[in-house]
Design a protein around this ligand. Structure first.
Ligand code: NOJ
Ligand code: NOJ
Ligand code: CA
Length: 705
């Protein structure tokens, strides 16, 4: 067993990881020799603004006005070679990092924005089939991927399918006029091809529809229903998948129709499944049911802004406390179907850095400890381990100040990121509150027999902790952090009750038990949606070395590979619906049932459904429901909508972009729903429409009374 080599998770953890790779232990850190590209539960992500991390090759730096050593709006020289160099000297491996999120790698505009900004951040694409030369050549990119993989590190790319670059309807000389190229050939720009882009002005963020069909700031907004754009973006991502990327962070998902994005995810999962998470920005205290619906139904995870904002309110602005924090943990465990797949963070390039000089470094350390032991896939924004500061863009994107491996936060991240790889309670487990008040938070993560307890006291006074109940085994458990943040061992009796102890001011302690299950236990399935034939990876414990059976409901799936902790199967050819996944081992032991895998009817394409003359009372809205999984299987609770009626079409015409199975006879009706859920059905017989085999489509109808 892997754990027998590594009985104590301490400074030896790193050596154990290396040993794990070396021996290729089947139940060790890496379940098979390949990295698992759809399961990030045991990973810790490190987010890099490529231009700001490390200049490994000054010969690719731009000349002239695009470059500066001091102006943060300009390119500063960081590149893929720089990241590769730091992987090679084990800066990441020592830190426990197993995934690196890099800036969008594609070619960006060269022109400078009138306000002096360059595209150093990578969000202003020009040609998705070319590399950004200031980050390096395609050869440099290949070297980054292969070096990362040989160190057990995955590479996640940022991706912006929402827009190209800044453009103005009134001035075709503004920056590069949003021009977009297909491997050097101009596809169009904001003034010469009106259908490639939306021409509805900039969004005022007043509604979901407004954000989708108007420009985000001055960025030329794609009309994703345009066949050329749809095909171009889907082909482009194939190029990067072929290059070996392991994950995608999708920019601005709130600003694109969910229907189009579901077809993108279906495309990716049918081509080369990899973990994909979107950015749906939420402000402080913002809770949005549409955000939850997207995370649950789109096939994509989300950056967990509820988590990020809440931890900042406890430890940064100090407007909230740990009672509020735990309420967020409870709420999100209900609102997200797969809460462990959401991507957590304490700061990023679009908000102030967590640490600022006016505050104690300990608050950053406490935030990191909670981040790294909570549910979700944790992300460290580059430089946090060096206590880098910066309030607003671009000050929050300064260059790495250095690569010191002795800071407290570097050591803390290292210990806990390694613990994530070893103890599956962190990646797969549930969360239970064990002892909480405004200043103190003690919580337990548990998966099978694996347990991790984190205890934090973020106040300046010490607390006596009585009657702490745990799932830890009897005995004395050393602090995983080895006293780095004042923690001590914990004594636990045979009932799991801890002996009374003092939790000192600003103390963090972490205790754990790693004990693999002996009954088959599924901890993760990725992705959680697929069409017949798509590859699905099931992770967990005690599946056995001999091939058994995998069931989707009562249907057997074809097994591609099987080992004790990881099984790859093909989605069976069954009716579109939600299914429970269950493992039966070769010696007939049944696993837990893993709920809610969505089988699609087939390949998805985005179709705009338009219905005219649909008059409604104020507060009522139009939805669509039909005969496939994608259209809610005639269940009005799952009807698609509410339809829009302000921008692309206006009331009493309504429209919505929906992912539907291609080459399929859909039957459906429009319905009117009021705010209490009362339904008025359309008259007449069911509508029938045969969808095209590929591309996009639009179908216009008139409401039938
Ligand atoms: C969100 C990104 O994180 C932000 O930095 C960027 O400017 C906008 N999307 C537009 O791409
Ligand atoms: C959204 C729907 O709500 C969901 O049920 C459907 O299956 C997905 N779209 C995927 O098509
Ligand atoms: Ca450079």
């Amino acid at each position: 067993m892997f754990n027998k080599f590594c009985p104590i998770v301490k400074s030896v953890a790193f050596i154990c990881v290396v040993l794990g790779i070396f021996l290729n232990l089947s139940d060790g850190v890496y379940a098979s020799s390949e990295l698992n590209r759809v399961n990030y539960a045991k990973d810790t992500i490190y987010q890099i603004v490529t231009d700001r991390f490390y200049d490994g090759d000054s010969s690719n730096n731009p000349d002239g006005d695009l470059y500066s050593e001091t102006d943060l709006h300009k390119y500063m020289g960081g590149d893929w070679k720089g990241i590769t160099d730091k992987i090679d000297d084990n800066y990441f491996t020592d830190l426990g990092i197993t995934a690196i999120w890099i800036s969008q790698p594609v070619e960006n505009v060269y022109d400078i924005h009138p306000e002096g900004y360059t595209s150093y951040h990578g969000y202003w694409a020009r040609d998705y089939k070319k590399n950004n030369p200031f980050y390096g050549s395609f050869n440099d990119f290949d070297a980054l991927i292969s070096t990362a993989h040989s160190h057990g590190i995955k590479i996640i790319m940022d991706f912006t399918p929402n827009h190209s670059s800044p453009a103005l309807a009134t001035d075709s000389d503004y920056v590069e006029n949003g021009a977009i190229y297909d491997n050097g050939t101009l596809l169009g720009n904001y003034s010469n091809d009106l259908d490639l882009f939306h021409h509805n002005g900039g969004t005022d963020f007043s509604s979901y529809e407004d954000g989708i069909y108007r420009n985000l700031y001055d960025l030329a907004d794609y009309n994703l229903q345009n066949q050329t754009i749809d095909q171009y973006l889907k082909q482009s991502i194939e190029l990067w998948l072929d290059k070996g990327i392991d994950g995608i962070r999708v920019d601005a998902v709130k600003h694109m129709s969910q229907g189009w994005q579901e077809s993108l995810m279906n495309h990716i999962y049918s081509y080369q499944p990899i973990f994909t998470f979107g950015e749906w920005f939420l402000g402080e205290n913002e809770v949005d049911t549409k955000n939850h619906y997207f995370a649950n139904e789109s096939g994509m995870s989300l950056l967990d802004f509820q988590f990020g904002q809440q931890i900042r309110e406890v430890l940064k602005s100090k407007e909230d406390n740990w009672v509020d924090f735990h309420a967020m943990i409870e709420d999100t465990s209900n609102s997200y179907k797969e809460v462990n797949d959401q991507v957590t963070f304490i700061d990023n390039h679009d908000m102030s850095r967590f640490y600022d000089e006016a505050d104690a470094k300990t608050n950053t350390d406490i935030a990191l400890a909670v981040l790294l032991t909570s549910r979700g896939v944790p992300t460290i924004y580059y430089g946090t381990e060096q206590y880098l500061t910066g309030e607003t863009d671009p000050d929050n994107r300064k260059q790495m100040p250095g690569f010191d491996r002795t800071t407290t936060s570097y050591k803390l991240i290292s210990k806990l990121a390694h613990l994530r790889q070893l103890n599956p309670a962190l990646g797969y487990g549930t969360t239970t509150e064990r002892w909480t008040n405004e200043d103190v938070y003690v919580f337990e993560r548990k998966f099978g027999n694996n347990v991790v307890i984190t205890a934090v006291n973020s106040s300046d006074q010490s607390y006596t902790i009585n009657n702490l109940q745990t799932s830890l085994s009897e005995g004395t458990h050393p602090d995983v952090l080895e006293g780095l943040l004042k923690g001590d061992s914990l004594h636990v009796d045979q009932k799991g009750q801890a002996a009374t102890f003092e939790l000192q001011a600003n103390e963090v302690a972490v205790w754990e038990v790693t004990e693999p299950a002996n009954t088959p236990t599924v901890g993760h399935v990725g992705p959680m949606v697929g069409q017949a034939g798509n590859e699905i990876t099931i992770s967990g414990e005690a599946f056995g070395e001999e091939k058994g059976t995998v069931l989707f409901g009562s249907h057997q799936a074809t097994i591609v590979s099987w080992d004790n902790s990881e099984i790859v199967v093909n989605v069976p050819d069954i009716q579109g619906d939600f299914y429970t996944i269950e493992i039966v081992t070769n010696d007939n032991k049944e696993s837990n049932a893993y709920a809610d895998f969505e089988v699609l009817t087939g390949k998805l394409i985005p179709v705009r459904f338009i219905v005219e003359e649909a008059t409604t009372d104020y507060g009522n809205a139009i939805y669509l429901v039909g005969n496939t999984q994608e259209l809610g299987n005639w269940d009005v609770e799952k009807a698609i909508g509410p339809f829009f009626n302000q921008i692309m079409k206006e009331y009493p015409t309504w429209y919505y972009d929906i992912s539907v199975p291609s080459n399929y006879t859909l039957e459906y009706k429009f319905i009117k729903k009021d705010s209490s859920g009362n339904i008025v059905w359309e008259g007449g017989t069911n509508r029938s429409y045969v969808t095209p085999t590929e591309g996009t489509d639009s179908i216009t109808s008139t409401w039938i009374n």
